[in-house]
Design a protein around this ligand. Structure first.
Ligand SMILES: [Zn+2]
Length: 329
């Protein structure tokens, strides 16, 4: 499906592409490199516009990756129809050829499908853009970025260089199309992205939720418990005391992922698909209609109110075990 840039319709990607082009103008050398390419001069199609839309962000992350990508770009697109969102496509870019056996796009598609089914609301974007790069030193901080959701697209380390958990990492970033800093507290968006990712992998028969729970039990959650951090309210308090930018480098930051996922995974196992899906759906729709973060009270209430009578004690026990917030008033 080739649609000329801007001529027939003005899509989200075109807005992002124009914005990226405008910002690239901050560096005449970068702008010249882009506008000198034949794909730019020959008139842009859909894929070119998607590519242009990610370039400014890439240029400020890494000049080397930016230059390599502009000079030798490989792309791969997969189009499919989602039960709720309808037509969708995943467009991926790499500075080196895609390995012939690369399953990244079909894995991304399976994750999108599984998450849309659980959330029960249309996947929020019809175009998912993936950038496969070498791990990057993130803004000179010495932190090597494996994957990042940057609003317009995702930046993911090439599958060949992530050991083991590439599928989980990729699905985690996909989940951020639903849950991000705009609509959920830290433990819920990161633990939630990890849970949705685990859910999606279980749906495609890669790792069952029982196996995943075991990994969390002997891995992330135990490491947090050893440092004395074993419940979510503690994470909320630490974040409030330190402020976000300091907190990201603190010991307990990663516990938001492990403890958040543990609670949400066990809630899913206790409530089953129906009740759990309804709770996720309700929370997302609430955040959308109010245009704000869902609160701790709302998150807990969503799960409690969709637990059946015989599940309620267990749901309360899990909340008390993993969260321990004071919900008495
Ligand atoms: Zn994340």
């Amino acid at each position: 499906m080739k649609m000329p840039f801007l001529t027939t319709s003005f899509e989200v990607r075109d807005r992002h592409a124009l914005n990226s082009l405008r910002l690239l103008g901050e560096s005449p050398a970068n702008l010249e490199l882009v506008t000198g390419q034949s794909w730019f001069q020959d008139g842009m199609d859909d894929v070119d516009a998607a590519f242009l839309s990610v370039l400014y962000d890439l240029s400020i992350r890494s000049t080397a990756e930016f230059t390599a990508m502009v000079q030798t770009r490989y792309d791969k697109t997969t189009s499919f129809t989602l039960p709720l969102a309808g037509e969708a496509e995943i467009i991926a870019f790499r500075p080196t050829p895609f390995p012939r056996t690369s399953a990244a796009l079909s894995q991304a598609e399976s994750a999108v499908r599984a998450m849309e089914e659980l959330m029960g609301v249309p996947f929020p974007r019809n175009e998912i853009i993936l950038l496969f790069l070498n791990p990057m030193d993130f803004q000179g901080s010495g932190v090597i970025t494996l994957a990042l959701h940057v609003g317009t697209h995702m930046v993911v380390s090439r599958p060949e260089v992530i050991q083991g958990d590439f599928d989980h990492t990729l699905a985690h970033e996909i989940a951020h199309y639903y849950w991000s800093s705009r609509n959920a507290p830290l433990w819920f968006r990161e633990g939630g992205a990890d849970f949705l990712s685990s859910y999606a992998l279980a749906q495609s028969d890669q790792v069952s939720l029982t196996q995943r729970r075991h990994v969390l039990d002997i891995g992330g959650a135990r490491r947090c418990a050893i440092t004395g951090i074993d419940y979510i309210q503690r994470l909320i308090d630490d974040l409030a005391a330190q402020g976000y930018s300091k907190y990201t480098s603190s010991l307990s930051f990663l516990c938001n992922y492990a403890l958040g996922e543990f609670l949400l995974l066990e809630l899913y196992q206790a409530m089953g698909f129906e009740g759990s899906s309804t709770a996720w759906n309700e929370l997302y729709r609430l955040s959308e209609s109010e245009g704000r973060e869902v609160t701790e009270v709302e998150i807990r209430q969503a799960f409690l109110s969709h637990a059946s009578t015989d599940q309620l004690d267990e749901v309360l026990r899990l909340y008390q075990r993993w969260h321990r917030g004071d919900f008495s008033q």
